[in-house]
Design a protein around this ligand. Structure first.
Ligand code: RIB
Ligand code: CA
Length: 342
């Protein structure tokens, strides 16, 4: 009897071990097929380095650029720079919309610098842009994609995706989720008292995306302003002592000055990088499904996101609104990923 019990014990152990290996293997296989739409932009570049340093979780199909913080030629150059700094030049960069759907273009050179990249010297990256326009790339890719398989991170004005949706509404079939850095509710705005820059720069585009019915998550100023740099957090990045950490440190030391002064806060937000942290470790964040509408009427509330946080209107929930995040967890994850770069 004893030998039989021993054999049974061994069999149960190996079955348990096998199930653990399979489970972890299945989790590891769940890569996110990702397109990053971006207007680099100081915090965009930090987000891009963060994402490009995370190939185990993020299968970055392409970077698509849009005018926003600075003009399109510079946002496209800066996206290529981030790709070069991350050593990921196999990722194609497609240039997209040079201006918003309807409103007159606005830029944020006062925050991001004339070259759109505060704190660091820029150069012409070796590798150029991919052939073709970002909007056509989005249409071709999302039409052909497996159903609801591609995640899109939106780090700037939503013009490219809006143009693609207007031209080919059925591309929603290929979209798994759109994760947006933008909007503001509890926090108030950063470009007007009520509007956040990405929404203010193209509210009509945000309306097109909102009305498309795609699965939508917003990371607004409500959460990005709770995830602030500090001397200790900047020191933990600097202590990595590699090229990527030097670039991020130089960018952030310059970039955060504006917000620290404007809001009188002890550190600055790294807005766009919170989208990457959300994709990598959503458990760092919390929020709720809400109804959001965007105001695109001329006037003092132009570009405002109106969020029915307490569901007073009983209107359809069209977005998941992230309102809180673990600041130290964010910086620990960012630091750990930057460490992987050269
Ligand atoms: O309001 C912050 C957002 O506007 C960020 O995406 C920043 O890069 C700018 O585009
Ligand atoms: Ca941006």
């Amino acid at each position: 009897m004893h030998r039989y019990a021993q054999k049974l014990h061994q069999l149960i152990r190996s079955l348990l071990l096998l199930s653990l290996i399979t489970a972890s293997g299945a989790q590891a296989a769940e890569k996110i097929d990702l397109i990053i739409d971006t207007d680099p932009g100081a915090d965009d570049v930090v987000a891009l380095l963060f994402a490009l340093a995370s190939p185990d979780e993020l299968n970055i199909r392409a970077l698509t650029t849009v005018a926003g913080n600075v003009r399109l030629d510079k946002t496209s150059r800066n996206a290529r720079l981030a790709r070069e700094w991350a050593g990921r030049e196999e990722v194609p960069v497609y240039a997209g919309a040079p201006k918003p759907l309807m409103r007159t273009p606005i830029y944020a050179e006062n925050i991001h610098g004339k070259e759109g990249l505060s704190g660091v010297a820029v150069h012409e990256p070796k590798k150029g842009l991919a052939e073709g326009n970002a909007v056509n790339y989005l249409i071709d890719t999302l039409k052909k994609a497996k159903p609801h398989s591609v995640t899109i991170a939106m780090l700037g004005p939503q013009t490219n995706l809006a143009l693609a949706l207007i031209q080919e509404p059925e591309i929603v079939q290929g979209i798994k989720e759109v994760v947006v850095m933008g909007g503001a509710h509890f926090n108030g705005g950063n470009i007007t008292p009520v509007a956040e820059f990405n929404l203010y720069a193209d509210p009509q585009a945000a309306e097109v995306v909102l009305k498309s019915g795609v699965k939508l998550t917003y990371l607004p100023l409500d959460v990005t302003h709770k995830i602030l740099t500090s001397d200790a957090r900047l020191k933990q990045i600097a202590a990595l002592n590699n090229n990527a950490s030097k670039i991020v440190g130089d960018i952030l030391n310059e970039y955060i000055k504006g917000d620290m002064e404007h809001y009188g806060i002890p550190g600055g937000p790294v807005h766009d990088a919170t989208v990457v942290a959300y994709l990598l470790k959503p458990e760092l964040f919390s929020g709720r499904a809400v109804n959001v509408v965007v105001d695109s009427r001329e006037g003092p509330t132009f570009g405002q996101t109106i969020v029915d946080w307490y569901d007073g209107l009983k209107a359809p929930k069209n977005a998941f609104w992230v309102e809180n995040g673990d600041a130290q967890g964010f910086f620990d994850l960012l630091t750990e990923r930057l460490k992987r770069l050269k």
